[in-house]
Design a protein around this ligand. Structure first.
Ligand code: CP
Ligand code: NVA
Length: 305
């Protein structure tokens, strides 16, 4: 049996173990210890959208594990000329041990996972970004020493991949979550229903005023995700007033941290003053993509026979 990671729900039972492993391997590697746990293994990385962090963190992570990664831009492979996802999955599975896929759509992600006979890891699609949220939870654990019981506030596009994966991730980790977003951009109902199955407080609101009160973590993401470019003008109007500012950070707990998966657009979803300020952990998050994914790849390979 092979195991995929295409939704946060795929780590429902071992999220904490993956985070522990990420933190442990990060420490060992930084001490100079050998962490070559995937020696001789190959990761194929299919990209249908741009990337800085996902590409570099998976590739360097695989190198640290003693393995090898291959970059497969959609237009560099036959997928871009109409070869089916099914055949792409079946062929790549004959060469590589793991596939990372950054997809335009969640339907394509599910299709690739269905036909691949090796584990498929989502590097983001239009519905979820699980590797980023596992990374963010690892980063919160490092900064706060725990996850359970913390108050997480996300301000911005509530309908995008990050908001959806945060809803599920906070549920699994036992953190209360508040999504602050214009009504038009409230999350897909499915993710709210799933989050509410966990014993946490889930609040979806359009009220920015006072929304960060008692927050341990304040997070945001771009207002214009990849694929939403044609709506940019409308979105910039709709999200006016939803910028994470110093005032909003001041109303959170004094030791609250600020998070953003990056890339950031300063002056829109967050001011540069906050993103590069003392409460921000955005570059720890960026680094931790590598360590969290190292733990994810080791875990998926271990559970796949
Ligand atoms: N956060 C993230 O996934 O960044 P990239 O788009 O640069 O991979
Ligand atoms: N929501 C953003 C995340 C980028 C890492 C997007 O999909 O473009």
């Amino acid at each position: 049996m092979k195991r995929d990671l295409i939704s946060m729900l795929d780590v429902k039972d071992d999220l904490e173990e993956i985070i522990d492993l990420g933190i442990k391997l990060k420490k060992q590697s930084k001490k100079g210890e050998n962490i070559e746990l995937l020696k001789g293994k190959t990761l194929g990385m299919i990209f249908e959208k741009s990337s800085t962090r996902t590409r570099v963190s998976f590739e360097t992570g695989m190198t640290k594990l003693g393995g090898h990664a291959i970059f497969l831009g959609k237009n560099d492979i036959q997928l871009g000329r109409g070869e089916t996802i099914e055949d792409t999955a079946l062929v790549l599975s004959r060469y590589v041990d793991l596939i990372m896929y950054r997809a335009m759509s969640n339907d394509d992600m599910k299709k690739l996972a269905k036909y691949a006979t090796v584990p498929v890891i989502s590097g983001l699609d239009d519905k979820e970004h699980p590797c980023q949220v596992i990374t963010d939870l690892m980063t919160i654990r490092e900064h706060k020493g725990k996850l359970r019981g913390l108050n997480f506030v996300y301000i911005g596009d509530g309908k995008n991949n990050m908001a959806h994966s945060y809803l599920l991730g906070c549920g699994i980790a036992g953190m209360n979550i508040k999504i602050v977003s214009p009504r038009k951009y409230w999350p897909d109902e499915y993710y709210v229903i799933e989050a509410k199955k966990f014993p946490i407080r889930v609040e979806i609101t359009d009220k920015v005023e006072g929304c960060t009160k008692n927050a341990d973590v304040v997070a945001t993401d771009t207002w214009v995700s990849m694929g939403d470019e044609s709506e940019k003008e409308q979105r910039l109007k709709d999200f006016k007033g939803y910028t994470v500012t110093r005032e909003l950070m001041k109303q959170a707990k004094p030791d609250a941290i600020f998070m953003h998966c990056l890339p950031a657009y300063y002056g829109y979803e967050v001011t540069k003053e906050v993103a590069h300020g003392p409460q921000s952990v955005i570059f720890d998050e960026a680094e931790n993509r590598m360590w969290a994914q190292i733990a994810i790849m080791v875990t998926l390979c271990k559970t796949t026979k």
